[in-house]
Design a protein around this ligand. Structure first.
Ligand code: COA
Ligand code: AMP
Length: 639
């Protein structure tokens, strides 16, 4: 394995990556071990379906594990599991991880899982979640991890779309205030779905869930992980084409149906390894901590895969930034395991600041080995940036990206060419991304002018291949909004120094505590209530969580309901259909919703009023301005 630090300045590296992607990325591809070395970087023959390293072959799990053992890292920790909710701490060396991954890959293979088959993984933050993902990668199978905070119907939607052969789960997840048994949710999801996986394999946490027994699910056998492994032959790495899918990760779009983002093997491995060296400044042997969840893209990329691709150690943390047990949790983990960097969401930093505004907990721990705090998932607001910088006395680096891209679009490249940090900006476009700002008509805007953030095609390697079995939606969602560009769905501007400012979504996707959620899916649930005629859910600004969803419902003619009772029923419905993670708590009954003459609800206008913006422009196509005027006091009150 080698890192090939292309040009040594950011400007040269970025320029080369755009003008000659073959030279740039074939060089970066030397950081990966291939069973067939690629000779071309990007295949642009079928736009907008770009493919990376089209003639390359590799195995991602081999690159994450085996080759480091061959290079003498067998006794180094691959993962450190630190569970603040159970008190368990465990180190898994690269050699131990290989044993576990090849054993579990064997168990999956015994269930008939092979190259191209799907496996849904519904797991809490335990090492076996990562083992299951790597085991799929070993077989050339495609995993689809579903975040544990999603309820059964959301799990069912993903099962139906991915049609897995096997589901891998655990007895349950542990939140600070409650235990969440997974069996009832998996059983319910199986009842709700049409797809027919043949097996569920369970990582036992019986010590925390003594009363849980395997449910009866016709046609589906439930097996304990250890039992499944005991009777299976360990599986070696299967070489796959660079463009074979590694995973599908569902993410929120504007409608209720999530988008199944498909990631490749080759581009993903190259881009992530390159990013560890050049964006995050992480070297083989370093301990790195991404305090996200394996159910999100940050967890996929920077807990499970990227640290292992470069032979580093990755911390798997089961806990929260506060309350497990206190606001010193982050600093304890960093000092105890000697992490060189922490990657978290700004909302987590705000949660820590709220509990410990003076940063007294920080002083209790030795953070001398830590070089950077990285943030992503939502905009790092200047106030939070300033607090963290002052209290930590270390660079606090924002990075902007999305499930679709899989790694940063904009960042400050700490390993390549660290740049001055400007509060409120994730710094510059990362090599591989030709970032532009366009107005609604597709004209390029000048420095400082706010518009749609788009990426000129082709995007960087590691970005989405497409949406699972839905080329049409892929093209209509991202590729045909502006011809020749990928539309990020974010708005913002680039200043005269090339610094990017991401100001928020231009669509109805919201970001609650670093979790990307669809207001459309909440509306779909609320609309099922028998008294509800129509509903709009918008994201309003929230000091701690960035945004929170607020619903406005119009009742059917003749319906009279106690507002508090109705609110509580709707909250329960959203919680049961989408999950606790939706944090849907506020709902108001109103007389009408503002619409255009073609019937489109003016959610953006509603959001702007709720966020307290002055002189909000009202579209000339509004059907009845009086409806908006009547609604405005309610919006201001919620915001
Ligand atoms: N399984 C089951 N339930 C979960 C869950 C999981 N994995 N994660 C969250 N939930 C539940 C919570 O228990 C909570 O339930 P409640 O309504 O009964 O209290 C609800 O979902 C909302 O959770 P959350 O929004 O996370 O609020 P919180 O108060 O538990 O924690 C933060 C607030 C800021 C500490 C937390 O959101 C956080 O650490 N966010 C960072 C997110 C992140 O890392 N995102 C990845 C991008 S980098
Ligand atoms: P997700 O796909 O869950 O990673 O969410 C992606 C969305 O989160 C982006 O489209 C942005 O709206 C937002 N986001 C993520 N990181 C940042 C950031 N650093 N600055 C601003 N917005 C961000």
């Amino acid at each position: 394995m080698s890192n090939s630090p292309t040009p040594s300045t950011y400007a040269d590296a970025h320029r080369l990556s755009i003008t000659d992607p073959d030279v740039f990325w074939l060089d970066a591809a030397r950081g990966i071990d291939w069973t067939r070395q690629p000779t071309t970087a990007v295949d642009s023959s079928r736009p907008p379906f770009y493919r990376w390293f089209p003639d390359g072959e590799l195995n991602t799990s081999y690159n994450c594990i085996d080759r480091h053992i061959e290079a003498g890292r067998g006794d180094q920790a691959a993962y450190i599991y630190d569970s603040a909710v159970t008190g368990v701490k465990e180190t898994i060396t690269y050699s131990q991880l290989l044993d576990q991954v090849e054993a579990f890959a064997g168990a999956l293979r015994a269930e008939g899982v092979g190259r191209g088959d799907r496996v849904v993984i519904y797991m809490p933050m335990i090492p076996r979640a990562a083992v299951a993902m790597l085991a799929c990668a070993r077989l050339g199978a495609i995993h689809s991890v579903v975040f544990g905070g999603f309820a059964a119907p959301e799990l069912a939607i993903r099962i139906d779309d991915a049609r897995p052969k096997v589901i891998v789960t655990a007895t349950g997840g542990i939140e600070p205030t409650r235990r969440i048994p997974y069996f009832p949710m998996v059983a319910k999801a199986l009842r709700l779905s049409y797809a027919s996986p043949s097996a569920v394999i369970v990582a036992s946490r019986a010590e925390h869930f003594p009363d849980e027994v395997f449910p009866e699910t016709p046609g589906v056998t439930w097996t304990d992980w250890d039992d499944a492994v005991a009777v299976a032959e360990p599986a070696g790495p299967v070489a796959v084409a660079a463009n074979d899918p590694l995973y599908i990760l569902y993410t929120s779009g504007t409608t209720g149906m999530p988008k199944g983002v498909v990631r490749d093997n080759g581009g993903h491995a190259v881009a992530l390894a390159w990013s560890m060296w050049n964006v995050y400044g992480v070297r083989p042997g370093d301990v790195w901590w991404s305090a996200s969840d394996v159910g999100w893209v940050v967890g996929h990329s920077y807990i499970v895969y990227a640290p292992l691709l470069v032979g580093a150690t990755s911390i798997i943390y089961e806990g929260k930034p506060v309350g497990t047990p206190d606001a010193g949790a982050f600093w304890r983990v960093i000092s105890e395991h000697k992490a060189v960097a922490l990657f978290t969401a700004p909302t987590a930093v705000r949660a820590v600041r709220k509990e410990d505004p003076e940063g007294l907990e920080i002083g209790k721990y030795d953070l001398s080995g830590m070089h950077t705090l990285f943030c992503a998932g939502e905009r790092l607001d200047p106030e939070t940036y300033q607090w963290a910088t002052d209290k930590l006395g270390k660079p606090v680096v924002d990075n902007w990206w999305q499930t679709e891209t899989g790694w940063p679009i904009a960042s400050n490249l700490r390993g390549l060419d660290p740049m001055t940090i400007k509060a409120g900006s994730p710094t510059v476009a990362v090599p591989g991304y030709d970032l532009r700002v366009l107005d609604g008509e597709g004209n390029e805007l000048a420095a400082g002018e706010e518009g749609n953030l788009v990426i000129k095609l082709p995007m960087a390697p590691g970005t989405l291949l497409g949406l699972w079995e839905d080329d049409e939606r892929f093209v209509s969602s991202y590729m045909s909004v502006f011809d020749g560009y990928y539309s990020t769905g974010d708005g913002g501007f680039i200043d005269s120094d090339g610094y990017v400012y991401v100001m928020g979504r231009t669509d109805d996707v919201i970001n609650v505590a670093g979790h990307r959620l669809s207001t459309g899916s909440m509306e779909a649930v609320i609309a099922k209530h028998p008294a509800v005629a129509e509903v709009a859910v918008i994201g309003v600004r929230d000091e701690l969580k960035g945004q929170r969803p607020v619903g406005y419902v119009v009742l059917k003619a003749g319906e009279v309901r106690d507002p508090e009772q109705l609110r509580s029923e709707l909250v329960t419905m959203v919680r049961e259909d989408i999950g606790a993670v939706a944090t849907f708590r506020d709902c108001t009954v109103v007389q009408g919703l503002p619409k255009t003459r073609s019937g489109k609800i003016l959610r953006k206008t509603m959001r702007q009023i709720a966020d307290g913006q002055e002189n909000v422009p009202v579209p000339s196509t509004i059907e009845d301005p009086q409806v908006l005027e009547d609604l405005a006091p309610f919006l201001r009150q919620q915001g």
